[in-house]
Write a protein that binds this ligand. Structure first.
Ligand code: NAG
Ligand code: NAG
Ligand code: NAG
Ligand code: NAG
Ligand code: NAG
Ligand code: NAG
Ligand code: NAG
Ligand code: NAG
Ligand code: NAG
Ligand code: NAG
Ligand code: NAG
Ligand code: NAG
Length: 408
């Protein structure tokens, strides 16, 4: 069949040492004919061939293979060769995600509300703009006994799995096709608890780095590596009488917003360490704590509970919190040095394999679990981009009338 032939071509290119038909047979026995035939398209481009030859080069990879039913209405995907290549790349995780004991292969998985995060092979800048050119991640959890993927419009879970003997490949069969994370402003707009902040970021115009006026939403979307602690709609309602005081003061308003953001660093829930802290885009600490009732983040005198985590975005991640940090303190030199250090740490993400956590090797450095002054595994970050965006973000021009109506 076509897939076998294209593997054979790639195998020849990359001098793969194991039998190509082992792979083809494994796909057949799992009933993955649609996935296998979609994968033949990889042979059509040099990017696709590069992806295949990397995956077949003997390292450990975990292939998340949608079953035939999942492909039954995927014509929009299979007719767009770039989207198909990128979607397939998003279904290949770097590293081994199962216990080494071969008798019980399954995807390593935390139990809800905890999540497991793995880095995929998707790094086309059309679809992913994380810090350090890092590839996009996939997030999943065990919920009601099933391994289920987050951020999907419909339920996608693992329904079967196999190891391909003689290779570093493990195949996990999914009952759906994973969608690639969209922009942060789309994520906020599309999630029920974050429409207030989506509207606020969408309707607030500030000068962008190139001198044109743009929405904060667009400016945030253009940054690499953003972690946003997004107050929920009810959190905004609760401060609707306090916030207007800020509305007359552009500096204070901007600082408040920056205190909800880590710039230059995408911090997933699995990397949040009890007692650690990161530096916000205003240069202030965001301090984390966990107890039996949940995970909390503190800025200034306000503590918020994180009510949902790991909403994956093209350029970062959103965690929803139940409070607004009305913190107008800032420390621009701390912000700047945190951003620089996040940017230099981010180069390590390219070689990250396996489960992403605070202590994972290949992640950015060491983490300490309970020292109040330490950072987590990642360094906090600063202003919205090194200097240009930062200056313009401070020179904020806010449409307060619009904000008032969004928050009302
Ligand atoms: C794969 O691409 C090569 C050219 O790069 C071509 O010679 C070969 O026939 C293709 N294989 C399949 C199965 O389409
Ligand atoms: C699971 O995969 C095995 C091959 O590894 C296959 O024999 C079996 O039929 C599959 N089960 C289902 C439900 O598809
Ligand atoms: C692949 O994973 C196994 C354990 O699952 C490990 O022993 C081996 O060293 C890994 N291979 C590579 C190339 O990382
Ligand atoms: C989630 O992770 C935290 C911190 O590691 C742990 O204390 C908690 O027991 C975990 N919860 C579940 C349901 O596994
Ligand atoms: C993997 O684990 C999930 C959740 O426990 C279970 O539903 C599924 O059947 C398991 N799959 C395999 C192949 O063991
Ligand atoms: C793969 O190897 C395991 C033992 O390591 C064996 O139990 C299994 O049958 C083999 N699978 C195939 C498809 O050859
Ligand atoms: C947002 O939600 C709408 C309606 O549910 C859907 O059509 C659209 O595809 C979603 N957009 C993204 C980027 O997920
Ligand atoms: C919205 O927030 C509530 C708590 O305020 C939470 O229970 C629910 O899971 C959230 N929904 C989403 C989609 O995040
Ligand atoms: C934000 O803007 C995007 C397009 O830029 C739009 O699709 C979305 O509906 C807007 N969201 C809100 C809440 O206005
Ligand atoms: C940006 O908006 C401000 C305030 O409305 C306005 O004064 C300025 O001329 C605008 N700049 C551009 C380049 O449109
Ligand atoms: C200016 O930058 C913004 C991003 O903030 C972008 O949306 C806009 O298209 C750019 N305009 C020009 C003329 O380059
Ligand atoms: C605006 O807010 C900043 C930061 O809180 C404060 O230092 C400044 O005094 C305020 N300006 C006015 C005019 O209230």
């Amino acid at each position: 069949m076509g897939f076998l032939k294209s593997l054979a071509v790639v195998a020849a290119i990359s001098s793969v040492s194991f039998a190509v038909n082992t792979i083809s047979e494994a796909f057949d026995s799992l009933g993955l004919t649609s996935f296998a035939s979609a994968a033949t398209a990889l042979n059509d481009s040099s990017e696709g061939q590069a992806l295949l030859s990397m995956v077949l080069s003997g390292g450990n990879y975990s292939i998340l293979a949608p079953n035939n039913d999942a492909f039954s209405d995927a014509s929009a995907l299979t007719s767009d060769s770039t989207l198909l290549l990128d979607t397939l790349a998003y279904h290949i995780l770097r590293g081994s995600f199962s216990p080494s004991n071969s008798s019980s292969l399954n995807l390593t998985s935390a139990t809800s509300p905890n999540h497991t995060i793995g880095r995929s092979m998707l790094n086309d800048s059309t679809y992913v703009t994380l810090e350090g050119n890092a590839s996009q991640v996939v997030a999943w959890t065990i919920e009601n006994g099933a391994i289920t993927f987050l951020n999907q419009a419909t339920n996608v879970s693992v329904v079967n799995s196999t190891r391909i003997n003689g290779t570093g490949l493990a195949v996990y069969v999914l009952n759906g096709i994973l969608s690639i994370p969209p922009s942060m402003s789309s994520v906020l707009t599309n999630s029920t608890n974050t429409t207030s902040i989506a509207g606020l970021l969408n309707s607030t115009m500030i000068p962008s780095a190139n001198g044109t006026n743009d929405t904060i939403g667009n400016i945030l979307d253009a940054q690499r590596g953003i972690t946003l602690f997004a107050p929920s709609n009810s959190a905004f309602s609760a401060v609707s009488s306090t916030l207007p005081v800020l509305e007359g003061n552009l500096t204070a308003f901007t600082t408040v917003l920056q205190n909800h953001i880590i710039n230059g660093s995408t911090l997933y829930s699995s990397e949040i360490v009890n007692g650690s802290s990161m530096t916000s885009a205003a240069g202030e600490p965001l301090t984390f704590s966990t107890n039996s009732s949940g995970t909390y983040v503190t800025s200034g005198s306000t503590t918020a509970r994180i009510i949902s985590t790991d909403m994956l975005c093209m350029n970062g991640v959103v965690h929803v919190i139940d409070n607004v940090f009305l913190n107008t303190d800032s420390d621009m030199s701390a912000a700047s040095s945190a951003y620089n250090s996040a940017t230099s740490e981010a180069t390590k993400l390219v070689s990250e394999t396996g489960v992403i956590s605070a202590t994972a090797t290949g992640a950015s450095g060491s983490s300490t679990s309970s020292s109040s002054s330490s950072n987590g595994s990642k360094n906090g970050a600063a202003a919205l981009s090194a200097s240009a965006h930062y200056t313009t973000f401070l020179a904020v021009v806010v449409s307060f009338v619009v904000i008032g109506s969004v928050l009302a």
